[in-house]
Write a protein of this length. Structure first.
Length: 427
């Protein structure tokens, strides 16, 4: 196979949701990387692939190609948190199931939302069949029904989680960390349909880095608003989110919530700590003097929440590989805390259980060395024994336990409702 897949621009426009459900259908190893419903810009990709190890030796570059788009072949998948924490030198609890799932793309459809055009990618022999399958699609948007009600249990009750927050603050007081991303989990043994559940999730909380990836009986369904790593034209960027407020239907109250987030000293401190950590991580693989914060403490608003977002970027050193960037930056500082290794060690002791796919990352790695990976947050993981939703928040010395407990509920509510569940009492 050549480095890039063969490509062909297709006539017309059909929504990626239709193409995924009607063309990709029930393929066992499949993906949908989703710019969101009715996205005005960005790219979506749907396709299939062959299970593969994550590439580590690919040189990073990411060459622009306006005709075909940023992703022209390579790998789509996810890597979970726990194996990455162990590789970084921290203890981590083993979890059943795959530590990572990656698919070597064999055929896919790309959707350029700004230009409203579709591109088929695959072997030369696949392009005719892909084009015919898209042409025969009905164009009718899939509409999932209401989910059956399911019960979920919480790894920690609110009082226990509040106690862990106070232990985090004590670790910070003693100087062993500056910030700690404390997490928990909500899970159900119920059988879950990944596609219907994802359609409900994206409808309720559209995001620019949504996605559905399934393989081996497992599936990741994500409405992630956080881009972890991107590489294009030799520049690497990360966009950590630290700071969350709920949205309000009342416009004045909604503006006040956004302003409170923007002006919060606690949230600003939390965000800047992770910006500094990510600057340090990227400096390990970037040209000296090129790493900088391009954007700092900007509020981005989504249907359910306001978020405080910054962007750090640098120019990669020549011949840097995917594996070297991975080792420098993953797990992401926004999901660990600072300093990173000390934070992971403390969180292992306090959380006492695996995070699994949650707090990992997912997306694509191009055969040309381009990358677009998002954080696994605001996500659902389905597996043969049920499903789970992870959630958490950054703890600083200025954290108030009741506020942090409420933030976990804000983050977990929409994924749980897509499953057909409500938050357990107290959350």
């Amino acid at each position: 196979m050549s480095r890039d897949l063969a490509s062909r621009v297709l006539p017309g426009w059909i929504d990626p949701a239709v193409v995924f459900t009607e063309v990709i259908g029930d393929a066992a190893d499949a993906f949908w990387l989703d710019a969101g419903p009715d996205a005005p810009d960005g790219w979506s990709w749907v396709g299939t692939g062959i299970p593969s190890a994550a590439p580590r030796d690919v040189g990073l570059r990411g060459e622009s190609d306006a005709a075909v788009g940023p992703f022209r072949g390579g790998w789509v998948g996810w890597s979970g948190y726990d194996a990455a924490a162990r590789r970084a030198g921290a203890p981590a609890v083993e979890e059943e199931g795959p530590a990572a799932v990656w698919l070597r793309v064999d055929r896919m459809l790309g959707f350029d939302h700004a230009a409203r055009r579709m591109i088929a990618l695959g072997s030369e022999g696949d392009l005719d069949s892909l084009a015919a399958a898209v042409a025969s699609a009905t164009g009718r948007m899939p509409t999932p029904g209401d989910p059956p009600a399911v019960e979920v249990s919480a790894r920690h009750d609110p009082a226990t989680y509040a106690g862990l927050i106070e232990q985090c603050r004590e670790e910070i007081r003693e100087g062993r960390a500056y910030q700690l991303c404390l997490t928990t989990r909500f899970e159900t043994p119920a059988s879950v349909d990944p596609v219907d559940t994802y359609l409900r999730l994206r409808s309720a909380t559209p995001a620019h880095h949504g996605g559905l990836i399934r393989s081996g009986g497992w599936a990741l369904l994500s409405a992630s608003p956080e881009q972890f790593l991107s590489v294009a034209d030799g520049i690497v960027r990360t966009r950590p989110i630290k700071g969350t407020r709920p949205r309000s239907a009342d416009a004045d109250q909604d503006d006040a919530l956004a302003a409170a987030l923007r002006g919060s000293e606690k949230e600003q401190a939390e965000n800047v700590m992770i910006v500094d950590l990510m600057r340090n991580d990227l400096q390990r693989v970037c040209e000296p003097g090129t790493v900088a914060a391009e954007r700092l403490l900007e509020v981005e608003s989504y249907p359910a929440v306001h978020q405080l977002v910054s962007t750090v970027a640098g120019r990669l050193r020549p011949r840097t590989t995917v594996g070297e960037l991975w080792d420098a930056a993953f797990p992401a500082g926004s999901m660990t805390g600072a300093p990173k290794l000390s934070a992971m060690q403390i969180l292992h002791r306090l959380e006492g259980a695996p995070r699994g796919v949650f707090a990992g990352c997912f997306g694509w790695i191009g055969s040309d060395g381009g990358i677009d990976l998002a954080m696994v947050i605001r996500s659902i993981v389905t597996h043969p024994a049920g499903a789970y939703v992870g959630a958490g928040g950054g703890i600083t010395w200025g954290s108030v336990a009741a506020d942090e407990v409420a933030e976990v509920g804000i983050k977990a509510r929409a994924p749980l409702r897509a499953l057909g569940a409500e938050l357990p009492p107290g959350w």
